[in-house]
Design a protein around this ligand. Structure first.
Ligand SMILES: Cc1ncc(COP(=O)(O)O)c(C=O)c1O
Length: 386
């Protein structure tokens, strides 16, 4: 798909001087956990729990770096496995209450593996209209027939499941959804979704990329305790502050992935320092089970205050707060004005979101200073008045 040049978001890089300043701030400990550059407060990244610069993650990665090297140097099944991979897999499995966890170098790759383990050209996949691109690529690669239901709309899903069954009674059905949609901040009604899938004999693949560490019991995601979710995918690149990803499932499906998944077998294993950092993040999240709930409570307050200030109340629940602006250029202008006020936000425009629904994707992080909300409201109000 080609993207009109005017719509291409320019990647910003730091100048060498800014990088030097940043490194010095980190070295002297004067930098705040959530600051992405020397001056801008980060309201854009997915580092929800402010862990990517947490001393425990840095220490774990550093020590693994010294003992195991930078890269794994081979695939898991040849020479790339380190004890830290097995440890992270077993501790995650235990934390999530699943029999098997397999690590992947990225969430994109984990999703490709997940779809190809559950779908073939004989399958009908019924997916939420807003699922992540990686899942769609997985469906395309599997050759399955794809139908899409209206976002989080279980009536729409049920109609499609019924139609798929009546047209092709023998077709295996796979439903794909996410537990926290990254551009909407919304979640499906998890138990009703799982029950619907069960009633129609459909398997359920749930992408927990944005929910993990934040939503559900102790941050275990919305699929926690829901046995009817066939396969969970999660990434360490968001609330876990590291990189890499995993799939969690029962032992039978785990064994199938291990034996058959090219995306698992034929790729260099997750870098050991990232694996160690993810393990350190897991320990922090396990030891601080209230972090996710506190973040959700704080983001509820942000939603209320934004609505009180006359903005459309951001949809959903949790740390992703989409401020719908509509027009692309207005959205870019707003992003620019917030940036001048010291706030880094992301203007998300088509084709990432539907035409006419350009939005500022505001993201709340655990370590943002208390006064951030006031700064944001002030900057938004100044931008509106300008
Ligand atoms: C919902 C969702 N799934 C999967 C991914 C891919 O994860 P990763 O960045 O680890 O490749 C992303 C990241 O953008 C995502 O938003």
């Amino acid at each position: 798909m080609s993207i009109h040049p005017a719509r291409r978001r320019q990647l910003r890089t730091w100048s060498p001087a800014e990088q030097q300043e940043h490194l010095q701030a980190v070295a002297t400990g004067s930098e705040h956990g959530s600051v992405t550059g020397p001056e801008l407060l980060d309201l854009a990244s997915n580092d929800y729990l402010s862990l990517c610069r947490h001393p425990s993650l840095i220490a774990a990665a550093e020590s693994q770096l010294r003992s195991s090297g930078v890269g794994a140097g081979g695939s898991r099944l040849v020479s790339g496995s380190r004890p830290v991979h097995g440890q992270l897999e077993s501790e995650l499995a235990c934390w999530l209450g699943r029999e098997r966890v397999l690590l992947f170098p990225s969430g994109f790759q984990a999703n490709l593996a997940a779809v190809s383990a559950l779908a073939s050209r004989h399958t009908t996949v019924v997916a939420d209209r807003l699922i992540h691109h990686s899942l769609l690529v997985g469906v395309q690669a599997s050759g399955a027939r794809l139908r899409r239901f209206a976002h989080n709309d279980l009536d729409s899903l049920e109609r499609l499941l019924q139609r798929s069954r009546s047209e092709r009674p023998q077709t295996p059905l796979l439903v794909i959804s996410e537990s926290l949609f990254s551009m909407e901040g919304t979640s499906p009604p998890m138990h009703d979704l799982a029950a619907l899938c069960e009633r129609h004999g459909a398997r359920l693949l749930l992408d927990e990329a944005h929910a993990l560490g934040v939503l559900g019991n102790g941050g275990r995601g919305l699929g926690f305790g829901e046995e009817r979710v066939t396969l969970l995918s999660g990434t360490f690149g968001k609330a876990f502050g590291s990189g890499g990803a995993f799939l969690a499932c029962d032992s039978e499906l785990g064994e199938k992935l291990l034996q058959e998944s090219g995306a698992f077998r034929y790729t260099t294993a997750l870098a050991p320092p990232l694996t160690a950092a993810a393990l350190a993040a897991l320990e922090l999240i396990r030891n601080n089970p209230c972090w996710g709930r506190q973040l959700v409570e704080r983001s509820d307050k942000w939603r209320d205050r934004m609505a009180e200030a006359g903005w459309a109340r951001p949809t959903g629940c949790g740390p992703i707060l989409p401020l719908i602006v509509g027009d692309d250029q207005r959205c870019l202008n707003l992003q620019h004005q917030l940036e001048l006020a010291g706030l880094l936000t992301a203007a998300i425009r088509p084709p990432t979101v539907p035409e006419g629904s350009a939005r500022l994707r505001l993201v709340l992080h655990r370590c943002l200073p208390d006064e951030t909300l006031e700064s944001l409201l002030r900057a938004l109000s100044d931008a509106r008045a300008a």
